[in-house]
Design a protein around this ligand. Sequence first.
Ligand SMILES: NC(=O)c1ccc[n+]([C@@H]2O[C@H](COP(=O)([O-])OP(=O)(O)OC[C@H]3O[C@@H](n4cnc5c(N)ncnc54)[C@H](OP(=O)(O)O)[C@@H]3O)[C@@H](O)[C@H]2O)c1
Length: 305
Amino acid sequence: MKGWRAPRETVVLITGCSSGIGLGLAVRLASDLSRRFKVYATMRDLAKKERLLASVRGCHAGTLEILQLDVTDPLSLAAAAQQVLEQHVDVLVCNAGVGLMGPLETCSHQAMKTIFDVNVFGTIGTIQAFLPGMKRRKAGKIIVSSSVGALQGIPFNAVYCASKFAVEGLCESLAVTLQQFNVHVTLIECGPVNTSFLANLQSTAAEGSALQGLDPQTRALYSQYLQHCQSLFHDVAQDTEEVLQVFLEAICAPCPPLRSFTTQFFMPLARLKLTSPDGSEYVRAMHKFVFSAGEAQVKQPPHCP
Ligand SMILES: NC(=O)c1ccc[n+]([C@@H]2O[C@H](COP(=O)([O-])OP(=O)(O)OC[C@H]3O[C@@H](n4cnc5c(N)ncnc54)[C@H](OP(=O)(O)O)[C@@H]3O)[C@@H](O)[C@H]2O)c1
């Protein structure tokens, strides 16, 4: 038909695609039957690209490109932005992230710095690299892999939660001005997801020497927490596919909301922020959920007054 042009595919750039949510999302979008997406799957270490390549074997030619991108390295960010055709990204998925678990006294300065470098400054740097293009075109979506730990403190995850809380503040602030540019910011609030996240996070070993200098009460609480965490991931963790659906909805919605939740499980705890703004109910309820609820109760959403 004269004058008709095929609609351009949606260009999606994702960070942290060597495993987990990033890898799954890249595969899902690149394999889309209607070829609606062109995916730039990025990872800091291209030596890890085999898993992604194996997962997309047989998918349509031209829907996937793999780029090196370490979100903590400004040169790597600039180089990746240069390699994206016309530096045009419709949807930016800031997914790269790392965890840190353990009593605060055992967290080294270097470990805490790494968490903030990746989760906070890495996310900021990635957004800075692609935001000017979105503003110029007056169109874009920024989607961030966030966490229930970004909205509520989790025992022995203080530094991880601090980093994710920071990203919530960043995104909520940006969302207010970016609506003028038709750029939508969405935080995908994930509960536990069955990925390599737990295996990849930096944690204080239950029997490790870092714990030896600590008071017995903290050691006992940490050991209780580790059991709780194991049960939680065993009983409640979502499959990656289930979580990807929420990312997909945000990518495809014309005006996605600021927050999308992959699970309702932790809602009773989240609501306490509004019903008990001084925080005391939350502290009590979370303590009960982690340290007082029996193993079987982990399967039930936390009971809140
Ligand atoms: N799984 C969960 O339970 C859960 C819950 C809530 C939120 N989240 C969030 O979801 C996101 C994805 O986690 P996941 O569950 O898919 O875990 P994952 O499998 O460990 O994936 C994390 C990804 O981030 C990448 N990464 C780490 N540092 C990076 C850097 N400097 N530059 C670029 N990429 C980097 C990792 O690459 P390497 O392989 O090179 O390390 C990996 O590809 C994270 O932001 C996490 O906080 C996960």
